[in-house]
Design a protein. Structure first.
Length: 725
């Protein structure tokens, strides 16, 4: 085994060296082209093969890239290959097109040389069988590709395409399966440069000292691709590491892509990402094994925009900023059902002057928008957003001096790890009553508005609301749509805060607080029983946390009880199945509960998290129930026996829960319908020390969330017990 590991390591190093040599050669060509311009070609790839560059009867993608990079001469091709090449008169305008069988799946033996030819377009939509009207999702119509790029069977290729030149466009491809796999059960996604598409002037781990005068690529466009997902939408056993890894680039546009099923984030930036545009993408089910967020941003992101995207079912935050520089605008996105593995805020902000505007945020296992206190984060404007079904505040401003939020019990009496607020928030802040509060709290601790009463009365068809806020603050009144908690033994304080301070579901009116801080609103004919909250914004501070809710009452005492809404977790909808979900929901009225008998657990071998064939049969039953009842959600609780350290067992239990979730995903259960809870050895099924008792304890329990009055009979099963040998 040791010899095999050394051989894998040596093979990866050889690949790195080969790729570095390609990069050096291509970067020299790029440096020369800045003065003279590269020869331009229209190249038609008519082969799905990959391997050695040599004259033969078919033109491969590797040969096409070498040709447009000017590292391969036209005269080096065979006559048959030259038939697939047309010179283009305009320098720096090469085009790579495709013909062949559908799908045209190009299986790489090793990483491709980087793309350095300025103005190059790699166009998967050029294939004759590409149909721009064939879409797989109604929410954002992104056509289905017919040209796919993936590693060859048995090959570990950790990059799909590497973009290092200016004005390069990658369009209409399916790129999946690219990761740096170091072992059968262990592979890194958060520290390696593996990705479906890498945008970089150099590869940082391989060419640090090469061509220091090379500048970040500018105006790169990644458009209409499927990243992490084959054209048939099947899920890979080992996902790609990242979708788009933007190491450095200026004015990069990532638009209209379906970015799905990655071990790490769907999009990640590193050093230079100024004026990046992330527009109209579907970013679903990412962060499965490593960096958990849909979009992870660090480095210089000044004047970047994230707009009109669907971010759903990712394992952490939808958007996560980490010590980035510059200001970011986040607007008109749907950010929902994230935090499936790592409970997190939908949007986590670090830094100053960000704007979060007109977004729909719901179904988050944490707060809506959390603003960090360290590094100090001020003047962040969070306005006109809609929040629903959060397990925390709609807006949470973290305070440095509250870095040990009082421990609280989660469901089943489990105590969380310290500092959960780093991603979840830290709850309602006290009043801003000293200069220190301004310094140690995000958005300078701007005060939330305070209503003068917890209830206001409807008189002659009107309600007169009054309150106080910081003088001169713009106060926005919101209607509250009450929180529907997930099934759990008791709510956390953060979740209770979210119930009593929001959620800010619908903005209604705006006004400005007077010099003495007083503000007022007049509502015409509101429905008695309606709950309201408010936020305050000052340009020099930012936006506040929500006010404590107030409720509208009738003088006659006949308030209509507002029922909490029930949200069916759903990221995307197939065109032909558009009407299938509502009828399925309607078949289960609350007055006629359905009784289901469902197995509730699977078991594991000692120190393992692989799913046994017997356990697979159990999970297939669960997947069938989930398909039949699309409103059900589940929590996967991982457990271990009592041996090994507490931290080791906690990590092992998480891996078991993740493996269970990933298998269910491969059976068609959507990631947004599953959350993960690692319990380690804290909830032993059998307290003894025999091998049989240990086998009972090595398990994942499936906890069903009953949202529609279903009577679920949970049946413990032991057919898949795995005794130690």
């Amino acid at each position: 085994m040791f010899v095999q590991s050394n051989q894998k390591w040596f093979f990866l190093q050889i690949l790195a060296v080969v790729n570095s040599l390609w990069l050096i050669k291509a970067q020299i060509a790029l440096s020369q082209s800045n003065q003279t311009g590269l020869k331009s070609y229209q190249v038609t790839v008519n082969s799905d093969r990959d391997g050695e560059i040599k004259p033969d009867q078919e033109l491969t993608l590797r040969e096409a890239i070498a040709l447009v990079n000017n590292t391969l001469k036209l005269s080096d091709l065979s006559p048959a290959e030259r038939q697939q090449v047309k010179p283009r008169p305009q320098p720096n305008s090469s085009l790579i097109e495709f013909v062949g069988a559908v799908p045209l799946t190009i299986q790489l033996q090793q990483p491709l040389p980087p793309l350095v030819s300025p103005g190059l377009v790699i166009d998967g939509t050029s294939h004759p069988e590409y149909d721009p009207k064939k879409i797989a999702t109604l929410e954002i119509p992104i056509p289905t590709p017919v040209v796919a790029l993936t590693p060859a069977p048995g090959k570990s290729v950790f990059r799909g395409l590497t973009v290092s030149g200016d004005r390069i466009m990658v369009k209409g491809l399916s790129i999946y399966g690219f990761n740096q796999r170091l072992g059968e059960t262990s592979y890194a996604t958060d520290t390696t440069p593996g990705a479906d598409i890498v945008i970089s002037s150099r590869l940082p781990y391989e060419t640090r000292e090469i061509l220091d005068d090379v500048k970040p690529p500018q105006e790169v466009a990644i458009v209409d691709n499927w990243l992490g997902l084959p054209p048939d939408e099947s899920l890979q056993t080992i996902p790609s590491s990242f979708g788009v890894w933007l190491f450095d680039g200026i004015k990069t546009k990532i638009e209209g892509n379906r970015i799905y099923h990655h071990g790490g984030s769907g999009i990640v930036t590193s050093t230079e990402a100024q004026q990046t545009e992330i527009l109209n993408n579907i970013i679903v089910g990412n962060g499965l094994t490593g960096m958990p967020h849909g979009i992870y941003l660090e480095g210089n992101i000044n004047e970047s925009v994230i707009s009109d995207n669907l971010l759903c079912g990712n394992d952490g935050s939808g958007i996560y900023l980490f010590k980035s520089q510059g200001k970011l605008t986040i607007e008109q996105n749907q950010i929902k059902h994230n935090g499936r593995r790592v409970p997190s805020a939908a949007v986590f902000l670090m830094g100053d002057d960000h704007q979060v505007l007109d977004n729909q945020i719901e179904g988050q296992t944490g707060s809506g928008v959390t603003v960090a206190a360290y590094p100090k984060s001020d003047r962040n404007l969070i306005t006109n957003n809609s929040f629903r079904n959060l397990e925390g505040l709609s807006i949470d401003l973290i305070s440095q001096n509250r870095n040990h939020h009082p421990f609280f019990k989660l469901r089943d009496g489990v105590t969380p790890t310290p500092k959960p607020f780093l991603k979840l928030g830290d709850g309602v802040n006290p009043p801003r009553n000293s200069p220190n509060r301004r310094r140690d709290t995000a958005n300078r601790a701007i005060n939330a508005p305070q209503f003068l009463s917890e209830e206001f009365y409807l008189i002659d068809g009107k309600v007169y609301l009054e309150g106080t806020a910081d003088p001169g603050a713009e106060v926005t009144l919101y209607q509250v749509e009450q929180f529907m908690p997930r099934d759990r033994s008791e709510l956390t304080p953060l979740a209770r805060d979210g119930m009593h301070h929001g959620p800010l579901s619908q903005p209604l009116l705006q006004t400005t607080a007077a010099e003495d801080g007083k503000f007022s609103f007049i509502l015409d004919n509101p429905l008695p029983g309606t709950s309201l909250s408010a936020i305050a914004t000052l340009p020099e501070d930012g936006t506040s946390e929500p006010a404590f809710n107030t409720i509208i009452k009738s003088l006659e005492g006949t308030e209509e009880k507002i029922q909490p809404s029930i949200t069916i977790p759903n990221c995307t909808t197939k065109p032909l199945a558009q009407e299938s979900i509502p009828p399925a929901v309607a078949q289960v009225p609350l007055s006629q509960p359905v009784t289901l008998r469902i197995p509730t657990n699977i078991h594991f071998a000692l120190d393992r998290w692989a799913i046994s064939p017997q356990s697979q049969q159990i999970l297939q039953q669960i997947a069938a129930v989930m398909e039949q009842h699309p409103f059900l959600t589940i929590e996967l609780q991982g457990h271990t026996d009592s041996r090994a350290s507490e931290q080791y067992n906690l990590n092992l239990s998480k891996q078991r829960a993740i493996a269970t979730r990933n298998y269910l995903m491969q059976q068609g259960v959507q990631p947004e319908r599953m959350t993960i809870l690692a319990l380690g050895e804290s909830k032993l099924k059998q307290p003894g020390n025999t091998s049989l008792e240990h086998a009972y304890n090595r398990r994942v329990e499936i906890k069903f969330q009953d949202l529609r009055g279903i009577n679920i009979i949970l049946e413990e099963q032991n057919l898949d017990l795995q005794l130690e040998l």
